[in-house]
Ligand binder design. Structure first.
Ligand SMILES: CC(C)(COP(=O)(O)OP(=O)(O)OC[C@H]1O[C@@H](n2cnc3c(N)ncnc32)[C@H](O)[C@@H]1OP(=O)(O)O)[C@@H](O)C(=O)NCCC(=O)NCCS
Length: 195
């Protein structure tokens, strides 16, 4: 695979071993909830996300539901000591008819983008996080590239999040935005299908 993040991958069979980490697609993602919660708190504390305010416990129900979905596609990265240092997950398709959340996303997009990305063949990237101790070494880029593969995809991020530069550098486009019920500004980034 190249380094531009635009090439296809195979999440189901993913296995990417580099000095420092091993990426796998777990067969029982729910078994990783506790480790992912620890990583979540480490990765999303401080600006702009401030996960430390509500804490990991507040995230547990959502994360448990996400990792329990039948259609969830998860990649986990472990270091040489077996410590979880990176996670990404999402799922294909969008509910039809759209639920309130997806309607909000659709309203933030122009009609053509909404049609293309909130569709059965597109991938919704829900989470991407890397342990601050190993950030800046290419793991986030590798996880993103592998989980999305060549599919059209979309995600939400904070305009000041660390992911913004990564997305811009790997073929994603800021396609609109909105403010969620908690007052958090969110940008929708989209990436077309890649050969
Ligand atoms: C975003 C994140 C997953 C990137 O992981 P990473 O392993 O550090 O990323 P990589 O080393 O693969 O770097 C890829 C690109 O991300 C960008 N990037 C990485 N760290 C960054 C930082 N601290 N600030 C801004 N941009 C950053 C750079 O563009 C980098 O490419 P470059 O080195 O060629 O300039 C990681 O910083 C993270 O977990 N942040 C906290 C959680 C988060 O914001 N997740 C995304 C939510 S949508």
């Amino acid at each position: 695979m190249g380094d531009d993040g635009s090439d296809a991958g195979d999440p189901a069979g993913a296995r990417d071993t580099r000095p420092g980490w091993t990426v796998t697609a777990p067969s029982s993602p729910g078994e990783h909830v506790e480790d992912v919660l620890r990583l979540y708190l480490a990765a999303f504390s401080g600006p702009p996300w401030h996960a430390e305010v509500d804490g990991a416990e507040a995230r547990r129900p959502t994360l448990t539901a996400h990792l329990g979905r039948r259609d969830v596609e998860v990649l986990v990265a472990h270091d040489d000591d077996g410590r979880l240092v990176g996670v990404t997950y999402g799922w294909p398709g969008a509910p039809a008819p759209p639920d309130g959340f997806h309607r909000e996303v659709a309203d933030a997009l122009d009609p053509e983008d909404a049609r293309r990305y909130l569709s059965a063949d597109a991938f919704e990237l829900v989470e991407l996080m890397v342990d601050p101790a190993v950030q800046g070494q290419g793991l986030g880029r590798a996880l993103l590239r592998t989980v999305v593969g060549g599919r059209p995809a979309w995600l939400l991020t904070h305009p000041e999040g660390a992911g913004v530069r990564l997305y811009a550098a790997t073929g994603w486009r800021d396609a609109g935005g909105f403010t969620d019920a908690t007052g958090t500004p969110l940008r929708v980034h989209v990436r077309p299908a890649a050969g």
